[in-house]
Design a protein around this ligand. Structure first.
Ligand SMILES: [Fe+2]
Length: 237
């Protein structure tokens, strides 16, 4: 499996806190069937002031440590970008770390606030589309507005958009409501990519097996394979 969303890099956000924790998370990821992981540190101005340039040294250190520890995990660097007005300023300068491309467009992992879908989100998504960017919405099943009414997702589907659901949501790791919302979104067809969004060893390790066996019950083997292998591969190739 290709994990398009995880916080493996040490000390750059609220993910792994040390290189040894990063390496142990990588070992677990491989054991869980992940062969390629895209590290997606938070890009959230004023909270996590990461940039592609500032992350490069940590990423290089991590890739070297993986080789030294003989852990067969391929890694790439992108980011999880919080929806803020700063995106509009950062995009032209190519300061935004894209996951890859899909159908000739860049793919951006975009995180909404957990509380709601901010007013104007529809316009921002379409603005991104016009600039050749397809937003991939991170874990919509944990947005409270969507959890309260799954039909609120329609505000996000006016243009080209992809949805990344978190595997742990299907394992019940984020509570009953996130579990039910994840299933409802999957059944409505709003599930394009499944990722771990792993953060640490204790509470959010990169586990896949329980969640994937649950998700297969709802969408079948073929769609599950597309969400963990085929579409992620198309995006990063
Ligand atoms: Fe994340």
């Amino acid at each position: 499996m290709i994990d398009l969303h995880c916080h493996l890099l040490p000390g750059v956000d609220d993910g792994a806190s040390s290189i040894s924790e990063s390496l142990e998370m990588a070992r677990i990821a491989v054991h869980e069937g992940i062969h390629t992981a895209v590290a997606t540190p938070h890009f959230h101005p004023g909270i996590y002031d990461n940039s592609i340039r500032s992350l490069q040294a940590t990423f290089t250190e991590f890739t070297h440590a993986l080789v030294k520890a003989n852990i067969p995990l391929k890694v790439r660097l992108a980011g999880e970008v919080r929806l803020t007005e700063q995106i509009i300023n950062a995009l032209p300068a190519s300061e935004i770390p894209m996951l890859g491309t899909y159908k000739g467009n860049d793919v951006l992992l975009l995180e909404l606030p957990y509380s709601h879908i901010p007013p104007g989100t529809e316009n921002l998504l379409q603005w991104l589309n016009r600039r050749g960017v397809i937003p991939m919405i991170a874990h919509p099943e944990r947005n409270r507005e969507i959890m309260q009414n799954v039909n609120a997702i329609s505000r996000l589907t006016k243009g080209a958009v992809l949805f990344q659901l978190t595997i742990g949501s299907f394992a019940g790791s984020f509570g009953v409501k996130a579990y039910e919302t994840a299933i409802a979104l999957a059944k409505k067809g709003h599930l394009d990519v499944l990722s771990t969004d792993a953060h640490n060893l204790k509470r959010r390790p990169p586990l896949t097996k329980v969640g994937l066996s649950e998700v297969r019950k709802w969408i079948g083997d073929e769609r599950t394979h597309s969400a963990i292998e085929e579409l992620p591969r198309a995006i990063i190739s």
